[in-house]
Design a binder for this molecule. Structure first.
Ligand code: ADP
Ligand code: MG
Length: 692
């Protein structure tokens, strides 16, 4: 979180640490002075005012006393062993007893100062505390026992108790805090109502009260958000600093493109088109995220952008996450462009080497306008004559890391990424914070409604009867099995045996097929194509179908083990149906699930609003899980909580973008501390401004 070089000193050299403690601290991830300074308590215990032992009397509850241990012993009685000691604070002494307290033998010894809280009782004529809460005070001189105090509780290690850590940090703070520099001027801080950094760090360790702690936390959370947003802003500034081809959608071009589509664009599509066209018309690269539910008409909007580029004699690459989807895009695009002069090609791995080489040559000479493929399009061998626009259909697979590899040398292509997972606002500002966002929040007219029902395996016969009716009426159905981990053999087996059961049992009078991730690409394609053509009526599938398959006649979906999927993922899956005019039904089959899982699924039954679902999913599962992978590009935050601190994040974002707007590379002298901090935190990952 900081860029102060003095704070990078190995923790061993911090006053009061030394080599032995340094090894123990390292196990907690504390390597440097800064790490120690920012190793914050996980909570605070309120220690009530300490009472003089001489004033304590029988029957008092909630007494806190502190004193020196005079004697201590362990009594290993068979039935109920106990540890007892007596403590003295100068006003009196008292006996303290812990049953089964053997573990205290090497903690409490004569001479040690402890504080205990609990109830006082008279036994055998002596006052005693039985099993009280214990605090070992390593440095009683430094602890103000006269006032109520928030005692920091640090995440402890195997060899280091919270108390150890507290005393190390307490000793170190006076030398370390002065090394902490300020990043903003006082006027700015008071305008924002932020503590200075030193006070904020101090407040995190030793707050005067809860409010004080909150203030400290707020400043540090702001700082984390600020660094993250600065990194994004700088990244963005550098992305758009390259020249790009300005490609204006003139009135003539606009009219020509729209004539290609057998429908009017929705208002939401038009808004996106306006935003994208404005970007394309500028001589610097567009960096835009186009989001909207499945079927909202993103691909059509992307195609509009593609045709704008092609009208300017630039090439376009459209990339899909899988070959199936690439092929589907290719079919769709060729459909819309039938009879036009646009030269389109599909580039997938399965192609024979010879035609592939021919295709690559055509791309290089500019004889192909629009190439559709997978991420293989980013391979070194693929050369374009003049690549003007890259469209990435990510669906829900956020391949953010690939973004940088798209940007070659010289003129930068415009860049548009489509996603069908509505991105919660926080994530839109973090992972995708360097992109502009267009949202299509309205479905094209004439779609049926999708009803979602939660059910259990016991009701399967009923569900299957319903499915059979629909199939008999000429519709199609999906059966989805979770194949979350593709290497998991048992899951695959479950999907296969379910398929066999349906094929030979209830659905025997229909054509049933299976598609899963471990099938060869051609096999998959073949099955999907036959399903799309209506030759197959029921498709048993693992999640491979989740991404973008479009079969309007398929209007029933049965999702088995729905509880194993994330909400956003279920929403995606459900989006495969309801694409035609008929009403669709989605069954979420989940047996013996806990109430929380049940509530989760209820959210899906209640709303079709992808944003609501995404926010809920994020709240329930946390950002890492939301993405379902560690490669999500989320910054690691120590203090800030992306969900709770959303307003703060927005504030920091505004401030960070304003700073970078003035000073795109953070080169100004008064931005050096910030710049170092950004590089230290994000430089390696984002390939940022590391030179100079
Ligand atoms: P997405 O990429 O968001 O999933 P698509 O662009 O593939 O959505 O559109 C889904 C379906 O809706 C396609 O069959 C497409 O032709 C059709 N479609 C798109 N926009 C409209 C519109 N404005 N009016 C009617 N149909 C549309
Ligand atoms: Mg699509």
């Amino acid at each position: 979180m900081t860029g102060e070089p003095e704070l990078q000193t190995p923790v061993q050299y911090v006053k009061g640490v030394g080599p032995v403690r340094a090894v123990q601290l390292a196990q907690l991830g504390i390597q440097t002075a800064e790490d120690l300074l920012t190793y914050f308590p996980k909570r605070f215990d309120l220690r009530r005012q300490v009472q003089a032992i001489g004033t304590v009397h029988d029957g008092e509850k909630n007494v806190t006393i502190a004193g020196e241990v005079i004697e201590a012993r362990y009594v290993p009685k068979r039935q109920r062993p106990y540890f007892e000691c007596s403590i003295d604070d100068g006003t009196g002494s008292i006996t303290v007893k812990w049953f089964h307290g053997g573990y205290l033998r090497n903690k409490i010894a004569p001479g040690v100062t402890i504080a205990v809280s609990g109830a006082v009782r008279m036994f055998d004529g002596f006052l005693q505390l039985i099993n009280p809460a214990l605090q070992i005070l390593y440095d009683v001189s430094g602890v103000d026992l006269d006032s109520n105090e928030l005692l920091p509780v640090y995440p402890a290690g195997a060899k280091l108790s919270s108390g150890h850590i507290a005393s190390i940090i307490k000793k170190a703070l006076p030398t370390l805090l002065p090394l902490v520099g300020e990043w903003h001027d006082g006027a700015f801080l008071s305008r924002r109502g932020l503590l200075d950094r030193r006070s904020a760090i101090a407040a995190m360790h030793h707050p005067e009260d809860t409010d004080h702690w909150k203030q400290g936390r707020r400043r540090l959370a702001y700082d984390e958000c600020m660094l993250m947003q600065l990194a994004l802003a700088v990244q963005r500034a550098s992305d758009i600093s390259r020249p790009a081809h300005a490609m204006e959608a003139t009135a003539a071009i606009n009219a020509r493109i729209r004539a290609r589509f057998p429908f009017q664009f929705t208002a939401a599509q038009n808004r996106a088109v306006v935003e994208i066209s404005a970007d394309l018309a500028r001589p610097r690269p567009m960096n835009r995220l186009l989001q909207g539910d499945v079927g909202a008409g993103k691909t059509v909007v992307a195609l509009y952008a593609a045709l704008t580029a092609i009208a300017h004699r630039k090439q376009v690459a459209l990339m899909a996450p899988t070959e199936i989807l690439a092929a589907q895009h290719y079919r769709k695009v060729t459909g819309f462009l039938a009879g036009s002069r646009v030269r389109i090609a599909l580039l997938v791995g399965a192609q024979p080497e010879k035609s592939r080489r021919y295709l690559l040559a055509q791309l290089k000479t500019g004889e192909i306008d629009l190439v559709v493929g997978t991420h293989a399009l980013l391979g070194k061998k693929v050369k374009f004559k003049q690549l003007g626009l890259v469209i990435v259909d990510e669906q829900h697979k956020f391949g953010v890391d690939q973004r940088s590899s798209i940007r070659g040398k010289g003129y930068a292509p415009h860049y548009l990424v489509m996603t069908a997972t509505p991105i919660p606002r926080t994530l839109a500002l973090t992972v995708f914070g360097d992109l502009d966002v267009s949202t299509i929040d309205e479905l094209p007219p004439g779609r049926g409604k999708t009803q979602t029902r939660q059910t259990t395996a016991r009701n399967m016969p009923e569900v299957l009867r319903f499915v059979c009716q629909r199939l008999a009426a000429g519709q199609q159905a999906y059966f989805i099995y979770p194949l979350v981990n593709t290497s998991e053999k048992t899951e695959l087996k479950a999907a296969i045996s379910a398929y066999e059961q349906l094929r030979d049992g209830e659905l025997s009078q229909f054509k049933v097929a299976l598609v899963h991730g471990q099938m060869k690409a051609e096999e998959k394609d073949d099955v999907m194509n036959r399903f799309a053509a209506g030759e197959i009526q029921a498709l048993v599938a693992s999640v491979v179908i989740e991404v973008g398959i479009d079969v309007p006649n398929a209007n029933v979906m049965v999702i088995e083990h729905a509880e194993r999927f994330g909400l956003a993922q279920l929403h995606q899956l459900r989006g495969r149906i309801g694409r035609g005019r008929q009403d669709a039904v989605c069954f979420l089959v989940a047996s013996a699930v806990n109430p929380i899982a049940k509530r989760r699924l209820e959210i899906l039954c209640q709303t079709a609003d992808g944003f609501k679902i995404a926010e809920e999913d994020l709240r329930l599962r946390g950002p890492g899980e939301f993405f379902g992978t560690r490669q999500h590009g989320l910054p690691e935050l120590k203090v800030a909580d992306l969900i709770e601190d959303f307003e703060l994040l927005r504030l920091a974002r505004r401030d960070a973008f304003a700073i970078v707007n003035e000073d795109p590379a953070l080169a100004a002298p008064h931005h050096q501390a910030l710049r170092h901090a950004v590089i230290k935190t994000y430089g390696g990952r984002m390939g940022l401004i590391t030179g100079g």
